[in-house]
Structures are given as C-alpha cells and as structure tokens.
Design a protein around this ligand. Structure first.
Ligand code: FAD
Length: 322
C-alpha cells in the first residue's frame, strides 16, 4: 500500500542516501582522530559552583578508566540513555508492542544472485525508492544503500523480548518471515548478523537539562520511528542547542540551556505523541477515536493521517525564541 505520494518518497530517499554517505565518511574520520569511549557506569559530578562537570569513562581501545572534565555534558546516548536515568530514575519507557528485525545484505560481487534478482520483482527499484509494505499489520521496509548493500527492516508485533539476540530468536524470526513471501525470506536468511531494535517511547519529558548536563536526540525524546523522522528531530536538537549557546555566550550556559529546553520541548512533545498515535494506527491497535486501520480497505481520507506531512512542525520548527 502506498501511503505517501511517490514524488515525496523519492525526495526523502535521496536525502537519506546522502546522509548515509556522509556518516560513513564521518566514521572513518572519527576512527582516526578520536578516542572511542564507553561510559560503563555513569558517575556525573557537577562542581559546587555548577560551572563544570566530571564523567568517568572507559577508553574502548585500552580499557583504561579515565575522568573527563568539561564545562558542559551533552548527553546524546540514545533512547535508553543512562545519563537520563541518573537524573530521571523513575522515568518509565513505554514498550510500543513492536520490535524491528533489521539487517544489511551485502551483495557486492553477487548482484545476479537468486535473492537479489528475486527481490527486484516485487521491489523493482530499491535504489530510488524506500519501499514500505503494510502487510496484515506487519510493516516491512527495503532500500538499497551505497556500495551494493540492501537494507531491510521488518516490524514485528510481539511481547517485549530481552535485549540480547539469541540464535533461537533468529531461527524464530526466519520461520515467521515465511509469511512475508519467498523473496524477502531469502534476503533475511542470507543476511549476516540480523539484529533487533526493541521500540520504546515515553511521555514527553518536562526537563531536559540539569545544571550543565543536557539531553539531546532520542535521549531527550524517546520516540517510535513511525514518522521516519527522528534523526532529523535529533539533528535539530543539536542545531538549536548550538544556536542558543552562540546567542547567549559560553559564559551563560544555564540561560542557553533554559532557552534550548523551551524551544525544543514545545516541538518534540507534539512530535512524540503524534508518532505514538500513527504507530498505533499502523500497528492495527485500537484508538478511542478511530476504527481499526485496514490498509487493504482504507479510503484516501483514512490513509491521509499517516502521511508524514501531518507531523507537527513538519515543514519548519523554530530555531530560536525570536
Ligand atoms: C527500527 C528503527 C527505525 C528507524 N527509522 C528511522 C528512519 O527511517 N528515519 C529517521 O529519521 N529515524 C529513524 N529511526 C530513529 C533514529 O535511529 C534515531 O532517532 C536516531 O538514531 C537518534 O539519534 P541519537 O544520536 O539521539 O541516538 P542513537 O543513534 O541511538 O545514538 C546513541 C549512541 O550513544 C551510544 N551510547 C549509549 N550509551 C552509551 C554509553 N554508556 N557509553 C558510550 N556510548 C553510549 C550508543 O552506542 C549510540 O551510538 C529509527 C529507529 C529505529 C529503532
């Protein structure tokens, strides 16, 4: 079922490919210039005058534990953020009822394999299209990445699994994938190391900074991916934070964080709730004010709510309070 107009979809896909390309380059640069760290058990300590913050971190290359001192800690540690947990220990994430099995099939040097030729029958142009199928309440997505890699994603409605993927879970996934059709089954089976994302969101947060520790990205607004937009939302957090600090000056971090929080919470709270609603419709879950969505029978009006353009602040979101 095509939920969103073709022209629009092509536009989105082009942007995504550019983003993938940029991030690959970036990883390479990071690998050469930066130290990768893990924050194993978080201890954030703010100085008494609130002007500096200390974090203990493990250097992944050497396993050494180091202490990092800074003026500001920008926590971009994702949906399960441990930094957020230290400030909001009681915040409960909501399991959306859905997980995503994902994988990337590398077909460089093997473009004429049965699975690659086969997948192009139902999905003829994965290079230019991001295909989404709503199939009996299950959503699959497919698109080609640079360097002959086929990216697939399969949303599955199930009880909340554990965080670690076992070989039994993978075998179950293969068996359940039989319902997706032979072409997709072949692709999933030939993919090395498929992995699972357990999808959570939470009610919008009321605070996203404490002294000189600030949350950005999914850490500050855990959200379901049903609007295919959360990376942009996270990127905009960073842009707004930068602009606030630029405007108010590095010597006025508290005011800059206050302004950042005000600008972003106004936007992201609405976006998170909208994504949650659209997710529930797409997952075929009941909502008090709408009937169950059936992609095979939905009218144009019923499908309209699912269009990305209806995401609050889709076309523009404020970058400053002015
Ligand atoms: C199934 C699925 C599909 C999605 N599809 C889309 C889509 O189509 N379009 C879109 O825009 N968005 C999509 N998203 C959302 C997108 O992936 C996120 O919004 C985005 O990655 C958030 O970026 P982030 O930097 O805030 O967090 P993340 O990308 O989660 O990055 C957090 C990073 O912090 C690191 N980290 C965490 N804890 C520690 C620690 N203790 N020490 C050191 N490092 C740590 C993690 O390893 C990770 O690298 C999807 C998400 C999911 C789950």
């Amino acid at each position: 079922v095509t939920v969103i107009g073709e022209e629009f979809l092509n536009f989105q896909e082009m942007r995504f490919q550019k983003l993938s390309c940029a991030s690959e380059e970036r990883t390479w640069i990071l690998g050469n210039a930066y130290t990768f760290i893990e924050v194993p058990k978080l201890t954030v300590r703010t100085s008494e005058d609130k002007t500096s913050v200390k974090v203990e971190a493990k250097v992944l290359q050497t396993e050494e534990i180091i202490e990092i001192n800074g003026d500001l800690l920008v926590a971009a540690d994702g949906c399960l953020s441990s930094i957020r947990k230290t400030f909001l220990p009681d915040l409960k994430l909501r399991y959306s009822g859905c997980c995503a099995w994902r994988g990337v099939l590398d077909f460089s040097g093997n473009g004429n394999s049965e699975s690659i030729l086969g997948i192009q029958r139902p999905y003829p142009d994965p290079r230019k299209c991001l295909y989404f199928d709503l199939n009996t309440g299950r959503i699959t997505g497919l698109y080609e990445l640079l360097n002959k890699r086929l990216n697939w994603i399969w949303y599955v409605h199930q009880h909340e699994p554990g965080q670690k993927v076992s070989s039994d879970m993978i075998e179950n996934m293969y068996q359940e994938a039989e319902s997706l059709g032979p072409e997709l089954v072949r692709v999933t089976r030939e993919t090395k190391e498929p992995f699972i994302n357990i999808i959570y969101d939470s009610d919008p947060l009321e605070l996203i900074f404490w002294d000189n520790v600030v949350l950005i990205g999914d850490a500050s607004h855990p959200t379901t991916p049903h609007r295919v937009r959360s990376t942009n939302i996270s990127t905009l957090d960073a842009a707004v934070l930068g602009k606030c600090i630029e405007k108010l000056g590095a010597e006025n971090i508290p005011s800059a964080l206050e302004e950042y929080q005000h600008i972003r919470l106004t936007v992201t709270a609405k976006q998170v709730l909208h994504s949650q609603r659209v997710g529930q419709i797409k997952q075929g879950l009941a909502l008090p004010d709408s009937k169950l969505f059936d992609p095979t029978a939905a009218s144009a009006e019923e499908s309209e709510e699912l269009q990305r353009i209806h995401l609050p602040f889709f076309a523009s979101a404020p970058l400053s309070v002015d």
